[in-house]
Design a binder for this molecule. Sequence first.
Ligand code: AMP
Ligand code: MN
Ligand code: MN
Ligand code: MN
Length: 287
Amino acid sequence: MEANELNADLHCHSDVSDGTLTPEGVAARAHANGVQLWSLTDHDEIGGQHRARRAALELGMPFLSGVEISVTFLGKTVHIVGLGFDIDDAGLRQGLAATRGGRGQRAREMAQALAEVGIEGAYEGALKYVGNPELVSRTHFARYLVEAGVCANTPEVFRHYLADGKPGFVPHRWAALGDALRWIKGAGGMAVIAHPGRYGFSPIEEHAFFTEFKEHGGEGVEVVTGSHRPEEYGKYADMALEYGLYASRGSDFHSPDESHTDLGTLPRLPAKLIPAWELLAERVHTP
Ligand code: AMP
Ligand code: MN
Ligand code: MN
Ligand code: MN
């Protein structure tokens, strides 16, 4: 089999961050959907990695460690995926703990901002959906606002309340790009730009982002992701080649009820790209 034909899903979430399934539940669903190489990439948290690895190996599914780190770059939030690192690396754990640290205060400020537009009790409401007290996310607020009848679904909540510039949005300073890359690489992992089509950068900003990412030792970019529209696969395939980056693929699955892309169901990587798993072959845990 050509390496690009592998059904790899290297981006998804469990209830250790803002997904709704347990790490074991995500593993079972990935396996049932035919995933042949799996990574769980919870936001700013690797507390689910040992469970995920155990579940994957019990199912006979090869596993790569994973994380999705929140980074502030040019005033915007971008996400950097780390793959194939040492799960027990102290530097990575400390960096992620520091990054998570601001989330509690931010959540209270978000609730206050929502109260000012007439939505009361959002902090307590969001907490009902939180699986990890250190990882209160906008996603948990979105779930509560749907429950409260404010919006019909979570994308609508983001459009009206939680996206940058909307009433419930609280600006937040995440990790610096160089720090995130240092943590990932210091733990022996590979850094990958997550869903670059999502950030709304101008061409010059995007060039700066890719260039700085490479200067810090970044090696990969997501091309086929549930967070890209199919029209964007071609653009980022070309950018992977232009910048000499390995290509990655992942659903960005969060929940059976919310995610429009299920685990393991995306098109395969275009044949002209070199898949990230070529570089990571020695980091894969096999059953
Ligand atoms: P946070 O890290 O708390 O800022 O939350 C970011 C998370 O919100 C992302 O990882 C997505 O899961 C979710 N999200 C962001 N934008 C949207 C959107 N437009 N629709 C649905 N979910 C979104
Ligand atoms: Mn998320
Ligand atoms: Mn993301
Ligand atoms: Mn994600």
